[in-house]
Design a protein around this ligand. Sequence first.
Ligand code: SF4
Length: 78
Amino acid sequence: MRLVVDLNRCQSYGQCVFAAPEVFRFRGEESLEYDHVPDETNREDVQRAVAACPVQAIRSDRVGEHAVAPARQGEGRS
Ligand code: SF4
């Protein structure tokens, strides 16, 4: 899992720090630091952080994988 935070968009609300404290942290008052390649064991926390960010600044290449719509069953039935 790779993680990118758009620091131009980030407003230092800190929701990600609460959601995934092992991945996100503040250095000083407003400088956000984060693990660019967090451990897979933190995936659920990262998903919560992505969902919690009020400005959608956090992107992960694996987060949301489970949200892909399931294959439609019954499609093409006659
Ligand atoms: S929740 Fe979003 S805006 Fe807030 S610190 Fe984290 S990345 Fe920045």
